[in-house]
Design a protein around this ligand. Sequence first.
Ligand code: GTP
Ligand code: MG
Length: 640
Amino acid sequence: MNHSSHPPLKNVIVGTAGHIDHGKSTLIEALTGTHPDRLEEEKRRGITIDLGFAFLEESGVRFGFVDVPGHERFVKNMLAGASGIDLVLLVIAADEAIRPQTREHFEICRLLGVPRGVIALTKSDLVDADSLELVRLETEEFVKGSFLAGAPILPVSGKTGAGIVELKTALVEAANELGARDTSRYFRLPVDRCFPVKGFGTVVTGTAISGQVGVGEDVELLPAHQILRVRGLHSGGKAVERVEAGQRSAVNLSGIEHAAIHRGMVIALPGRFRSTRRVDVQLELLPSAPALKDRAQVHFHAGTAETVGKIHLYDGASISPGNRALAHFKLQHELVLGCGDRFIVRQFSPVVTIGGGAILDPLARRPTRKDTGRIAYLKTLETGTREEILAALAERNILGVPVQEIVARTGWRESEVRAAAEMLAQSEQLRIVASDPLLVLSQKSFAEICEKLLARVERFHRENPLLPGVARESLRASLGRRVRPESFQAALLALVQQGILALQAELVKKASAEITLTPEDRRGKEQIEQAFAKAGLAAPSVKEVFAQLAVEKARAEKLLQLLLRDKALVRVSPELIFHATALDRLAVLLQDYKKAKGERIGVPAFKELTGITRKYAIPLLEYLDRQRLTRRAGDERVIL
Ligand SMILES: Nc1nc2c(ncn2[C@@H]2O[C@H](COP(=O)(O)OP(=O)(O)OP(=O)(O)O)[C@@H](O)[C@H]2O)c(=O)[nH]1
Ligand SMILES: [Mg+2]
C-alpha cells in the first residue's frame, strides 16, 4: 500500500454558536453520530450546560467539534470553548431567527478573531419556504460587513437529516480555505476539562493552540509551574503518539492528582510561558455596551480561563461604545497569556459581553505616570516588525532582556529572537552581551554601563595613585547589583578591546595609567631605595628604614611595594629585603670564589665572604638555591 499518496489530514476545530434550544447539539449529532451532551443534568433538562465534543473525518479534514451551551447563564462556558476554534458553525433556528445569544455568540466569535464560518438554519422542517427565505434574508443582513459576510447559509434539519450532506461539504470547503496552523511554535494547550481515568490517573483535555507534544515528553502546568510527564495522548477517540496545534487532545499526565488541575490552567512546553496578573491590551467596546470607565471592574476571559480584571485606560476617562483603546488590566488571578491572544470582557453586573481585544504585552508593568513611553511601545508591539519590537523591548528594559523573557513576552521562537537580535547588533542598535543563554541590551544602556565603568576605574586611579589597578570583582560590585554580570563582562571586554582599559591578572586599569607620585612620595621612595642600596648585603630591617622617613607608615609601605614591583628591591625572605645590586654583586663574588677555591662553599666560608651574620646567611643561601645560583650538598653549597 502506498501511504504517501494520502496527504496528511488537516486538523480543524469547529465551534457551535447560537441561542438556546436552536438545535446546536442535535446538529452535531446529525453530523458526527455523537450527541455532545454528556452530563446527567443536561440529559434531564434537555439543554447543554458545559462544553461537549465530537469528531468527524471528512474529505481529508479531521474535524474536532466543540459544542457550546446557548443558555445566557452559561456564556462563560461557551467562552472557554470558543477560544480555540478555527471555524464557527453559527446555528439559527428557522422558526425563531436571531435571538439575544445569537448576537452575543456572534460578537464573541468576531472579537476572538475567528476567521470563518458556516451558518446553519436549523429546524427547517418546522417552517415553510417563505419563512425560511425570510430568515435567510434576515441572517444575511445580520452578518453583513462581518467575518461571516458571504458565508454559506444552509437550511438543515437535525430531525430529518435534510441538508446535512450539503453542510458537511460547506464545512470542508471552509476548512480548506483556512491557512495551516503553525505547529512550529512552542506547545500550549489551555485545559478545558480534567478528570481521573481508572488505571491511568489524570487526564486533561483541550485544544492544542500552538506547537505539538509527544508521549514521554515533559510539559509545564501553569500557573502552578509544575513539570509533568505526558504518559499518553488521545485525539479523535484514538490513542496517538503526538498531537499538534488544531487538535482536540486528551493528555494523560503522570505525577499529579486530577483535583490539582482545573479549567483555565495551561499545559505548555516547559520554560516558554509565564503566568501574569498584568497585561497591556488593545480593547474594543461593543456598540451595544455602555461606556466603560477607567478603573471599572470586569470579567476577563481568555483561553479557557476567567478572572476579574480592573481596567486602567491610558488615554481618557472612558471608552465610548463602538470604540477602541489601549488599556491595562490588573487581574485578580494569574493567567497564562501570550502576545496576540484574544480575550473577552463582560460587564461585572449584570453579566453581559461588552467587548474584547488582543493582548499586546502579556507581562506588563504596573502603569505609572513616569512611564511616558508606554503608548508608543504598545503601538510598536501592535504593528512593528520583529526588529522594531525587539529594539523597543530592549530600550524599555535598561538592565537587559534575557531570551526566555523575550520568548514569553512575544511568543517568538528562540531562533527568531536570535535572528532579530543579530540583525540589530549588526546595525549597532542592540548589544548581545551574552549568547548562551542570549542576553541583549540596548546600545544606549550598554554605552551607559561602559561610561560608568570607565568613570569608576578613573576614580580609582585618582584616589589610589600608588596602586596599579582596581580588582575586577570590586569594580563589578561598585556598579551595583542591577548591572548583570554578563553586561559588566561585555562592557569590560569592549573597553579592553578598544584599548581604553587594560587587564593585568585580576586587576583592571586604564591602559594609559601610570602611577603618579607626589614630590614627597618620590623623595620617600628614593630614601628607601638608598637605604637598602647603601647597606649592601648587610640589609637593614624594614622597620629601621621606615623610621628614617618623613612619610607615614602606610604610605611608606606602598612605596616599598612599588620598589619591589619594579624589582629595585628583592624580598629574599619574609623579613629580609636586599637591594637588587647587592644580590648582583653577590653573584659575582660567588663566581670569583669558585675560580679561586673550587665550587664547594660552607656556611662559615659564605659568612666570611659576604660579611653577614648567620641569621641572614641561611635565608640568603636558601634564596640562592631557589635562584639556581647554588645547590645544597649536605652542609655545604655547590656554586653553579
Ligand atoms: N423539528 C426539529 N427539532 C429540532 C431540530 N434540531 C433540534 N431540535 C429540537 O430542539 C430541541 C433543542 O435542541 P438542542 O440540539 O438541544 O438545542 P441546543 O441548541 O443544543 O440547545 P442548548 O445547547 O441548550 O443551547 C430538542 O428538543 C431537539 O430535538 C430540527 O432540526 N428539527
Ligand atoms: Mg446543546
